[in-house]
Design a binder for this molecule. Structure first.
Ligand code: F6P
Length: 320
C-alpha cells in the first residue's frame, strides 16, 4: 500500500493527536504517503485534504482535541455523500483509511470498505468508553481525570457549606465516566443508565453519613441516566441539606492527555498502520488486558457494551 488517509470523526477525545502522530510516523517508516482529512467525513466529502509529513505531527502529543479537527457527518449516511467521499479518496490515490472515532465513525468506515473496496482500520477514540470490544477507548482516562479534578474542587466548597454536590458528567448512554469518577472521588452514590437508581436509598445513605459526622456528599450522575438538575430536584424532596447541581460539560472533553491516553494513542495508531501494511482491511484495533489486538469492524460494533457491575458493587459497598 502506497498511500493512506487519516481522519478523526465524531466527538473529539484527548489522545487523538498521539494516535495521529503514530499513524503518520509509522506510515512514513513503511515508506507510505499520508494524507490528513480535516473535519472527519465532512472533509472527505468536501475534499478538505492535506499531505502530512513527519514535521506536521511534531509537538502535538500534549495537545488536547485533534489537529485534524472533527465533525459529526450525516451526509455519509446517504449514497451521494458516500460517492463524494470515495471520489476524494480516488482523486488522491488513497487505498487505505484510518478512522479515529466511535461506533458511528466505524460504521461509516465499514460502508466505504464494503461498497467501495477501501481498506479501513478503526481506532476507538471517544471519552465515553462505550465500545465493548476494547477495555478502554482513547480519551476516557483523561476525561475521567478531568472530572476527578473538578469534583475535588466542588467537594472543597461543598464541604465548607455542608452541601450535597450533584455532578453531571458525560458518557452518552454509557455510565463509565460516572462510575470511574465516582469511585475515584469517594462519591456517596452514582446514577448511571445501566442500573435503576433508588432515590430513597441514596437519601438514607446521605442521612447516615451525616449522622456519622460527614459534612459533604457527592452524587455523580451520568448524562445518559438523568439531567443533574432534575436529579437534584428529586433528592431535595427527601433530604434537608442544601444541594447544588453542576454540569461539568465539555471541559471534560478537552485538556492535555494523560500518560495512559498518550501511550494508548501511540500503540493503537502504530498497530493500525502495521495492519494496513500487512494488507488487512475492515479491522478495528483495541486494548484488552494491556495487549493491543485487532478484530473485525462489524463484529466489534455489534457487541453490546457490558456495564462493570463488580466495580459498581464495590462503590456501593465502600461508600458510607
Ligand atoms: O461522544 C462524546 C460526547 O462528549 C458525549 O459524551 C456527549 O453526549 C456528546 O459527545 C456531546 O456532543 P456535542 O459535543 O456534539 O454536544
Amino acid at each position: 500500500m502506497k498511500r493512506i488517509g487519516l481522519l478523526t470523526s465524531g466527538g473529539d477525545a484527548p489522545g487523538m493527536n498521539a494516535a495521529i502522530r503514530a499513524v503518520v510516523r509509522t506510515a512514513l517508516f513503511y515508506g507510505m504517503e499520508v494524507y490528513g482529512i480535516r473535519r472527519g467525513y465532512a472533509g472527505l466529502i468536501e475534499d478538505d485534504v492535506i499531505p502530512m509529513d513527519a514535521y506536521s505531527v511534531s509537538g502535538i502529543v500534549p495537545r488536547g482535541g485533534t489537529i485534524l479537527r472533527t465533525a459529526r457527518c450525516l451526509e455519509l449516511l446517504e449514497r451521494e455523500g458516500q460517492e463524494k467521499a470515495v471520489a476524494t479518496l480516488r482523486k488522491y490515490g488513497i487505498e487505505g483509511l484510518v478512522v479515529i472515532g466511535g461506533d458511528g465513525s466505524f460504521r461509516g468506515a465499514k460502508v466505504l470498505s464494503e461498497r467501495f473496496g477501501i481498506s479501513t482500520i478503526g481506532i476507538p477514540g471517544t471519552i465515553d468508553n462505550d465500545l465493548e470490544y476494547t477495555d478502554y477507548t482513547l480519551g476516557f482516562d483523561t476525561a475521567v481525570n478531568t472530572c476527578i479534578e473538578a469534583i475535588g474542587k466542588l467537594q472543597d466548597t461543598m464541604e465548607s457549606h455542608e452541601r450535597i454536590s450533584v455532578v453531571e458528567v458525560m458518557g452518552r448512554n454509557c455510565g463509565d465516566i460516572a462510575l470511574y469518577a465516582g469511585i475515584a472521588t469517594g462519591a456517596d452514590a452514582i446514577v448511571v443508565p445501566e442500573v435503576p437508581y433508588d432515590l430513597s436509598a441514596i437519601a438514607a445513605r446521605i442521612e447516615r453519613s451525616r449522622s456519622l459526622g460527614k459534612h459533604v456528599n457527592t452524587v455523580v450522575v451520568a448524562e445518559g441516566a438523568m439531567n443533574g438538575d432534575a436529579f437534584a430536584a428529586l433528592l431535595k424532596s427527601l433530604v434537608k441539606y442544601d444541594i447544588r447541581a453542576t454540569e461539568i460539560g465539555h471541559i471534560q472533553r478537552g485538556g492535555t492527555p494523560t500518560m495512559a491516553d498518550r501511550v494508548l494513542g501511540a500503540r493503537l495508531g502504530n498497530r493500525a498502520v502495521c495492519l494496513l501494511n500487512e494488507g488487512a482491511c475492515d479491522r478495528v484495533v483495541g486494548i484488552r488486558k494491556n495487549e493491543i489486538f485487532d478484530m473485525d469492524i462489524i463484529e466489534a460494533v455489534s457487541l453490546k457494551k457490558q456495564f462493570n457491575k463488580e466495580l459498581y458493587e464495590t462503590l456501593q459497598m465502600i461508600s458510607m
